[in-house]
Ligand binder design. Structure first.
Ligand code: AMP
Length: 220
């Protein structure tokens, strides 16, 4: 199954995608993580993306699509993936359809995790990310057992530079302008389920798993 998680920055896509990937045994493909990895390794892709990421803007479609296309060509993507943070524009959504069609696959389910903007800002300001595995924590909602240390891999936690207050609001604006139209796009295709992202982590995960099970039964 190919599952997309759609939602604003801070909606909990990364946290939920990680849990769902473990449950379904399919890879979690996060375009933001791919970019951060490229930044860390100082590759040409990382250098090209850096300015956009620092400003809270979207990296141009052509660059992003090429990066995700390459990731989806890897053998571990054959049984499906959980995409988090991609697509973020209608053009990316079209490109994704093409890439999947080449592999005789399609988008099976789009989970839209809905969270109100004031709540998003609260979440982004308390967010800590693991440098090594990308795990996400929050000082209030999901604190690590030891401050500054990732529960999953022991890596060091840091605050993403694009989680700074000025950049946070820009990222939410960019989301509303460029990404939120995807909600209607996928609703029209009847693959969208809407999930209340303001519940606690376990309940959101539970709703997601129910949506996946519903889809699997419909497919069978
Ligand atoms: P994220 O970790 O998903 O919040 O992504 C961090 C940053 O990476 C975004 O603010 C963008 O600058 C860039 N980025 C991630 N995914 C995409 C995408 N699908 N299209 C364009 N830019 C992206």
């Amino acid at each position: 199954m190919n599952i997309l998680l759609l939602g604003a920055p801070g909606a909990g896509k990364g946290t939920q995608a990680e849990l769902l990937a473990e449950h379904l045994h399919i890879p979690h493909v996060a375009s933001g993580d791919l970019f951060r990895e490229a930044l860390r390794s100082d590759t040409p892709l990382g250098r090209e993306a850096k300015g956009y990421i620092d400003r809270g803007e979207l990296v141009p479609d052509a660059v992003t699509i090429a990066m995700v296309r390459e990731r989806l060509a890897a053998p571990d993507s054959r049984e499906g993936v959980i995409l988090d943070g991609f697509p973020r524009t209608i053009e990316q959504a079209r490109a994704l359809d093409e890439v999947l069609a080449e592999q005789r696959q399609k988008v099976d389910l789009v989970a839209f995790i809905r969270v109100r903007p004031d709540e998003l800002l609260k979440r982004l300001s308390g967010r800590w990310t693991c440098r090594d595995c990308g795990g996400v924590y929050h000082t209030l909602y999901n604190p690590p057992q030891r401050p500054g240390v990732c529960d999953a891999c022991g890596g060091a936690l840091y605050q993403r530079p694009d989680d700074r207050p000025e950049t946070q609001s820009r990222r939410i604006e960019v989301y509303l302008a460029q990404t939120s139209p995807l909600v209607e796009h996928y609703r029209r295709r009847r693959v969208l389920v809407e999930i209340d992202g303001e519940q606690d982590i376990a309940r959101v995960q539970d709703d997601l798993r129910k949506a996946v099970t519903g889809k699997q039964q419909a497919k069978a």
